[in-house]
Write a protein that binds this ligand. Structure first.
Ligand code: NOJ
Length: 734
């Protein structure tokens, strides 16, 4: 829903702007975090990062927060020098808001923001997993749930959704976004913005979304976090901009500029991306915030000679709010006096910020009521049910030789792996407001579903293998279920990995388990596509479980028992070897596509295909596709195909539509996702599915950002993954 103010609201914003001093205006452009003073001498943000990357545990963080003496910058708030704060507790929010509203000269409310990436109190699956549900209704509902929960703590602004297209699995932040495909990412983007922003029935129900990281961050060279980004402009327009453009169209209220440079200009100070594209061309009406400390980092980038220069460049480029450096509040007045920035530029930024605050209802409802603050003290059943549905729909069955799965409920199962017993690790990167008592570990979930299950820790991503445990596991179970993978700190920010096989001694552990002669089922818990070549070659059954949130335990258990049919698909290709990274099905064609013969685009020593392609995912039944037909109308195409359930269980399939522009004025991807349909079929049942594809969707942007619609041959593919082989070609005219 567009960020629209009533005439009266616009007038209030205008009146305020007229009444504000320069200092107050610049104050609105300043976001601060509480700093820890005494007890723990690091900035709050670093403390959050320490928890996120595992240097301190969640419990330790909570402990510190309870005891540490914090500076919430009350004096600055009173003085009108702060526009936004990062706080996540209703009492603190109300206390600080009272200072802003009742003690500052103009009483402008603060906007409280936080990283609510995949849930607030109820944590649902990480984004890369949830995208694989191919279920926009689910994506919207989980966002709406997070919005209500965070608003009850006074957090009216989510630094989400993260919309970075990510094609290099080494990058730790692949976990936070919807994968590698611009179409799927755009569907995800729209659903998230609707979920966060559209329930305007009460100010307690919606928040402002913040699209991040704008732009190109996911294309960081070699998957190393914060690294440089260079890309051709057609790639920028067709791939990386797509989900942002979709989310802006859907009405997203704010955007966060990314840390990286794009073709030499850091996105924090990039007038082309911020002004020309975002504000002018896409017509984005909200405000742009920097990433943490990013304005200062422009000096280290070597693009600004000092802090004041960085601030000037950022404001002039269209960056409305500075996150955490204090450079705007420290230097913009001087910059204005020196004629380096204009008052109009400042006014524009402040108008945008005040408009979002007005749209959020903060002027009329600045506080959290005590009833609202208590609303989620105990998580409601429907939130847990939604978290479980989200987890179940996101699970991807990667291998199931000899129909080893589902497991019989009375089977003697040895559950193995330290991750299986953890209530913390199921949460994944970037979740801060959950409580341990709400989490159900895989062990707990499995114990409910399988009465004859016993647990043997054996080992995990860190530490040694316990041989005695392995022996006991082998002598008890008829089947060994190993939960292995990554800790939550191994993905997310600053968590790139150069080796993306199972970390630590987990492959050795699998080898030991296999030697027992018992069938081994691998359940993966991870935040990125992993290299699973060895596992795929040796294990009969593999289930991709990602970090699925508070209900991971029951979801995994129910999929393993067959109470729920697996239906998730991969939102990113899984490489067959790390040397393939970046690997993505929708790569541009070459003159020598990779094949077995030598002089083609390939490596000598590793395969040219991914191990599991985008869209891949099995279930306990199977589907076949046939009868692909294309009919062309004036404005749209209709593409139909028949899907048949060829197995012996009722199951759900997501049918995917891909397209290839066979000949064009620029080299186009070998395939591009253009649509998907979910259908549930009984054994033997077949149904015709139909995709309506507006002809505009067949076009592409050239290097100057112009949309091209070129007559000619287009090939369409329908099937279960990006390797679908059912295809038809059609000559299309525009
Ligand atoms: C840094 C991260 O890059 C960004 O995603 C996050 O929103 C901010 N810090 C605030 O925590």
């Amino acid at each position: 829903m567009r960020l629209q103010l009533t005439e009266d609201q616009k007038e209030r914003v205008g009146d305020l702007l007229k009444a504000m001093t320069l200092k107050e205006k610049i104050g609105q452009m300043n976001q601060v975090s509480p700093s820890i003073v005494g007890g723990f001498d690091v900035p709050f943000e670093e403390l959050i990062e320490m928890m996120t990357d595992g240097r301190i545990s969640h419990e330790k963080f909570e402990e510190i927060m309870k005891t540490a003496k914090q500076d919430f910058h009350e004096d600055q708030i009173r003085d009108g020098k702060v526009g936004s704060l990062m706080v996540q507790d209703a009492k603190e929010v109300n206390r600080l808001q009272k200072i802003a509203v009742e003690e500052s000269r103009l009483g402008i409310p603060l906007i409280f923001g936080l990283d609510v990436i995949h849930g607030f109190r109820t944590v649902y699956p990480i984004a890369i997993a949830e995208a694989g549900s191919f279920d926009p209704d689910l994506m919207e509902k989980t966002a709406a749930m997070a919005a209500r929960e965070s608003r009850s703590a006074g957090v009216a602004w989510h630094f989400a959704p993260m919309l970075d297209i990510a094609r290099d699995a080494r990058w730790g932040r692949v976990s936070e976004g919807p994968g590698l495909d611009p179409y799927l990412a755009s569907v995800f983007a729209r659903a998230k913005v609707r979920g966060l922003q559209n329930d305007r029935s009460s100010t307690e129900h919606y928040v402002a979304a913040c699209l991040k990281h704008y732009i190109g961050y996911g294309a960081c060279e070699s998957g190393r976090d914060y690294n440089t980004v260079s890309m051709a402009m057609h790639l920028f327009y067709n791939t990386y901009l797509r989900p942002f453009a979709a989310a802006v169209e859907e009405g997203a209220a704010t955007v966060m500029a990314s840390f990286n440079d794009l073709n030499g200009v850091p996105c924090t100070v990039n007038p082309f991306t911020l002004r020309t594209i975002l504000k002018d061309s896409l017509g984005f009406p909200g405000f742009v915030v920097s990433d943490a400390n990013a304005v200062r980092e422009c000096v280290i980038h070597g693009i600004a000679k000092d802090e004041i220069d960085a601030g000037i460049q950022a404001v002039n480029a269209g960056l409305d709010m500075d996150m955490g450096t204090g450079i705007y509040s420290g230097h913009l007045a001087q910059a204005l006096a020196d004629g380096k920035i204009s008052e109009e530029t400042i006014d524009e930024a402040v108008r945008r910020i005040l408009s979002v605050k007005m749209w959020l209802g903060l002027f009329d409802h600045p506080y959290v009521s005590s009833e609202c603050a208590r609303r989620y003290d105990t998580l409601p059943e429907d939130h847990l049910a939604l978290a479980r549905r989200a987890a179940e729909e996101s699970i991807v069955l990667l291998k199931n030789e000899g129909s080893l799965l589902p497991l019989a409920r009375d089977q003697k199962i040895s559950l193995v792996g330290t991750l299986a017993a953890s209530r913390e690790e199921i949460i994944g990167a970037w979740a801060m407001s959950w409580r341990k008592e709400d989490c159900v570990s895989i062990r707990e979930g499995m114990e409910q579903e399988f009465p004859n299950l016993r647990y043997f820790p054996c080992g995990g991503p860190e530490g040694e293998i316990c041989k005695a445990d392995v022996d006991q596991a082998a002598s008890y179970g008829d089947v060994l279920v190993a939960v292995l993978g990554e800790t939550d700190a191994m993905s997310g920010e600053a968590s790139s990995r150069g080796d993306i096989t199972l970390p630590g001694k987990q492959r050795d552990l699998l080898q030991m388990l296999l030697k027992t002669g018992k069938p081994v089922v691998l359940i993966l818990m991870n935040g990125r596509p992993l290299v699973l070549d060895w596992e795929d070659a040796h294990l009969p059954a593999i289930v991709e479980g990602w970090h699925l949130g508070v209900q991971m335990g029951p979801a995994i258990a129910r999929v393993l028992s067959g109470a729920v049919m697996p239906q998730g698909k991969l939102s990113a290709d899984f490489p067959a070897a790390v040397g393939q990274c970046p690997i993505y099905y929708n790569h541009p064609n070459t003159g020598r596509p990779g094949s077995r013969s030598k002089f083609t685009s390939r490596y000598l020593d590793i395969p040219f295909k991914p191990l599991y392609p985008f869209g891949f995912g099995l279930t306990y039944t199977s589907f076949a596709y046939s009868k692909l037909e294309i009919s062309e109308g004036e404005k749209q195409l209709q593409i139909r195909a028949e899907v048949r359930n060829t197995g012996d269980r009722r199951g759900t399939e997501t049918a995917l539509l891909f397209m290839q522009d066979v000949t064009a004025s620029l080299v186009r991807p070998v395939r591009e996702l253009k649509g998907f349909r979910k259908i549930t079929l009984d054994p033997g049942e077949s149904r015709t599915i139909s995709f309506r594809l507006p002809k505009k969707e067949l076009g592409f942007y050239d290097n100057d950002g112009h949309l091209r619609l070129e007559d000619g041959a287009f090939r369409f593919f329908v099937g279960g993954s990006s390797e679908a082989d059912l295809s038809e070609e059609a000559e299309i005219t525009f």
